[in-house]
Ligand binder design. Structure first.
Ligand code: PLP
Length: 393
């Protein structure tokens, strides 16, 4: 792969950047590197202690104890009770479960309120229940990507069963006023779910303080393994099981537990939570440096998402430019970033998130997302700015 890049660069104007010694990963909102300690903690459960946690013999005792400990650790990280943590295969499953599980529970109310810029795991789950007769209302955020309590209040009625609003948007990084939104839902006796996939492990989250009824999380967004996550379900909430079968996950999600990944997730989350302030400060310093250097370079851009965004998620638009072309040219220089629009062979499709904040097409097409994480360095930031300067000037 590297050879290919070198060959291309010889014939392109990017030749200086070909000297980059390593690939630069600046797409941490898409996924993160597995933490080494988490990886080490996973190994015994794959190789030696491979017993099925549901069995009664002594060989299953250790996996069973590991499962219990991981559940306790994760619960502690978000101030939940261990029995409120249900392991899933990740954010998508948690979102599907929360929405469909509520919609299929026995209840006179059927209406759901969500936002138009949720992740597709929520939006497509809502579309699925809409086809089964549950009315869904989609709220529009403001131009900065914020859903206000006042806005929500105009949508929720006494027929609303569930409100689902994401904690932090994956494209813009905007953080929603979850506690206020939750209060509005509860004032109408509606339940509240938040897709906190981008936020868990990156922000302090206290489910008791927030008052949420359900919260989705995914390990690979906080340096845990892929294919594992959890759904917080407030004790006492009436929710249909996600998968019928065995008695795993308190009879709510059948299937033999993935102990190694669950343990890895708990180690990664605990580690991130313990160094939250430090990581925050570091990533914000990288973000500031990037913006400062871009400003000094004279490149004109618009920063999206307002003032209250997750540290490290930088959505920026270059008027009249092509975000996808920028992504590909950055890729050829060894830098991974994301975009807000995707081209197919016929047209450029602007993401539903940028549509939801009513971004004009010429800006939306020129939108990229750089997401920095704790593994990035100042040198990475320097290289990203050099690359952007070359591409945009
Ligand atoms: N929700 C949000 C906000 C996300 O950013 C993602 C992943 O990008 C998901 C849900 C899906 O999570 P997973 O990849 O664990 O299925």
């Amino acid at each position: 792969m590297f050879r290919e890049r070198e060959t291309f660069l010889i014939f392109s104007t990017d030749i200086e950047v070909a000297t980059l010694a390593k690939n630069i990963y600046a797409d941490n909102a898409a996924t993160t590197r597995l933490d080494r300690e988490a990886f080490e903690a996973m190994k015994p459960w794959l190789l030696d202690e491979y017993g099925n946690a549901s069995q009664l013999y002594s060989f299953s005792r250790k996996p069973k104890a590991a499962l219990k400990k991981a559940r306790e650790t994760i619960a502690e990280c978000i101030n939940a009770l261990p029995e409120e943590i249900y392991f899933t295969s990740g954010g998508t499953e948690s979102d599907n479960w929360a929405i469909k599980g509520v919609a299929f529970s026995n209840c006179d109310r059927r209406a759901i309120v969500t936002s138009a810029f949720e992740h597709h795991a929520v939006l497509h789950s809502c579309e699925a229940i809409e086809r089964l007769g549950c009315p869904v209302a989609y709220m529009w955020p403001d131009i900065n990507g914020i859903i206000t309590a006042e806005n929500l209040d105009t949508y929720v009625t006494d027929m609303t069963l569930l409100v689902s609003v994401m904690f932090a948007n994956n494209e813009l990084g905007t953080i929603q006023p979850i506690q206020e939104l939750c209060n509005v839902a509860h004032a109408h006796n509606a339940l509240f779910h938040t897709d906190a996939v981008q936020a868990v492990g990156h922000m302090e989250i206290d489910v008791r303080k927030l008052g949420v009824d359900m919260l989705s999380a995914s390990a690979h967004k906080f340096n845990g393994p892929k294919g594992i996550g959890f759904l917080y379900i407030r004790k006492g909430m009436d929710l249909r099981p996600y998968a019928d079968g065995g008695a795993q996950e308190f009879g709510m999600r059948a299937g033999t537990e993935n102990i190694a990944s669950i343990v890895g997730m708990a180690v990664a989350l605990k580690k991130n939570i313990e160094s939250l302030d430090q990581n925050h400060e570091y990533v914000i310093s990288l973000e500031r440096m990037l913006l400062q250097k871009l400003n000094q370079s004279g490149i004109t851009y618009i920063r999206n998402g307002g003032d209250h965004t997750l540290p490290g998620i930088i959505s920026m638009s270059f008027d009249g430019k092509d975000g996808e072309a920028i992504l590909h040219r950055m890729d050829l220089m060894g830098i991974s970033i994301s975009t807000g629009s995707a081209c197919d062979s016929r047209n450029t499709e602007i993401s539903h998130v940028l549509r939801a904040i009513h971004m004009p097409d010429s800006l939306a097409k020129g939108t990229i997302r750089i997401s920095l994480g704790k593994d990035n360095t100042e040198e990475d930031v320097e290289s990203i700015v050099v690359a952007l300067k070359k591409i945009l000037k």
